[in-house]
Design a protein around this ligand. Structure first.
Ligand code: GLU
Length: 442
């Protein structure tokens, strides 16, 4: 069996962390098993779906390095839904119902008042021809319900283990509205069958949908896929805040977060495995297993994401960032400056320190020392390791050591008290600029 997963967002908004994590689980499981990962655009809702969100979803997946192996769109598949719906109708597995929203609401209130579960009473199944004719004459169009039978709605969830739902407790779901438009449940099953989806991987908010969808797979004569329902995502404060629910790729990009950090963090939160700041997803894929997923909500912490991103930046090769670096900054420059960065964008700041001009304030008590440093630097051999040549000579000549030796030099050469390793930085600054900086204010 070749694994086939699908990520099925509705293009009614931007992807947020929660659905990015679902996409990631689908992508990882497919990749880890040599399978295929499909994007399915759930755009049956023509009013709320927007093309700009479809584009944004594709761009987000690309940015994350999770480009799908193919794409299908529900809006292009209405003929298929119609055909399979006709089969279900002929088999009596979907039926028309005429209640208005208000009538259904009233029924539910009465049931609740009697302490009964608020499930549909199937009144539509016992309508007489005359009653149906009367509704039609009134201009009422039916909506359509799927008739659950007594097939047990059980499955062995890859995350949650054995799941059991009693059909009698479920209520026949509405699958199609009176205007002919589709609700999510049935088209999804028709697609999963048609696309040959082997594993449905999604959030646990879909667990009860899975129960009724199992009934639909059976009614359509299909073997259902395996299911994995991951526990939901919460913020570090313990609930899915509105802010977290809206955090998407645009926000992360603006914050200077690297895509590998999003992947590395979301791959591991909510699992028993540690978050590892890896540039390449290969080790994450090799270790991927739903058995490691926990049942408790996965906690997402933006500070943790930033920390993972920083550790990833410290490993990124020059080629991975070259197009985001200031003009003139080469591999050597990147290697020297990289360990000091939290965001790649900060490289420009350090590069301006290398290239100058820089602002420096020289303390009175360091003037003579820096004049001497200037003289040593002018006379010494710059081949090899000029920083160690300079500091070694100055140590012998002045008796200064430690901070008293290094800090005035760093300040004079960079205008700052801290930063990248001076040995690497001085090579980038070079002899000419270094001599000018040491001679300043003398
Ligand atoms: N469009 C559905 C959603 O976004 C897809 C759920 C599924 O994976 O089946 O919730």
């Amino acid at each position: 069996m070749t694994v086939l997963t699908r990520f099925a967002p509705s293009p009614t908004g931007h992807l947020h962390v929660g659905n990015i994590r679902t996409a990631l689980h689908n992508w990882m499981f497919a990749r880890a098993n040599g399978g295929r990962f499909m994007l399915r655009i759930d755009d049956t809702d023509a009013v709320r779906s927007e093309e700009r969100f479809v584009d944004a979803i594709r761009a987000d997946l690309d940015w994350l390095g999770m480009a799908p192996d193919g794409e299908v769109r529900q809006s292009a598949r209405f003929d298929l839904y119609e055909a399979r719906f006709a089969e279900l109708r002929a088999a009596g597995r979907v039926y028309p119902a005429y209640e208005t929203a208000q009538e259904l609401d009233l029924k539910r209130k009465i049931q609740l008042g009697r302490g009964l579960p608020p499930i549909y009473d199937r009144a539509a199944l016992s309508l007489t021809d005359a009653q149906v004719a009367a509704y039609e004459a009134e201009g009422r169009a039916p909506h359509w319900r799927f008739r659950l039978d007594d097939t047990p709605l059980d499955w062995d969830d890859l995350v949650r283990g054995p799941q059991h739902f009693a059909p009698a407790a479920m209520g026949d779901p509405v699958v199609r509205r009176a205007d002919g438009s589709w609700l999510y449940l049935l088209p999804s099953v028709i697609d999963d069958i048609d696309m040959g989806v082997t594993h449905v991987v999604r959030g646990e908010d879909h667990v009860s949908n899975t129960a009724v969808q199992l009934g639909m797979f059976a009614a359509l004569g299909a073997v259902p896929p395996r299911f994995a329902h991951a526990a939901l995502l919460t913020g570090s404060e313990g609930k899915l805040s509105k802010r977290l629910g809206s955090l998407g790729i645009a926000h992360f990009r603006e914050a200077g977060i690297e895509p590998q950090a999003v992947v590395a963090l979301l791959a591991r939160i909510g699992t028993s495995q540690p978050v590892e700041p890896v540039v390449d997803a290969a080790p994450l894929l090799a270790a991927f297993d739903f058995a490691h997923f926990g049942r408790a909500p996965a906690r997402f912490d933006e500070d943790e994401l930033a920390a993972v991103s920083t550790r990833i930046i410290h490993q990124l090769p020059y080629e991975a960032v070259a197009d985001r670096l200031p003009a003139g900054m080469d591999a050597e420059g990147w290697a020297a400056i990289r360990p000091n960065l939290h965001r790649v964008g900060e490289a420009a700041d350090w590069w301006s320190v290398v290239e100058g001009p820089i602002e420096t304030v020289i303390a009175e008590e360091d003037r003579a020392f820096l004049a001497e440093a200037g003289a040593v630097a002018a006379a010494m051999d710059w081949a090899g390791d000029p920083w160690h040549a300079l500091t070694g000579a100055l140590k012998g000549a002045t008796g200064r050591k430690g901070k008293a030796l290094f800090l005035p030099l760093r300040r004079a050469l960079t205008g700052r008290d801290s930063g990248p390793d001076m040995a690497a930085l001085l090579l980038l600054i070079g002899r000419t600029r270094a001599l000018q900086r040491l001679a300043r204010d003398m």
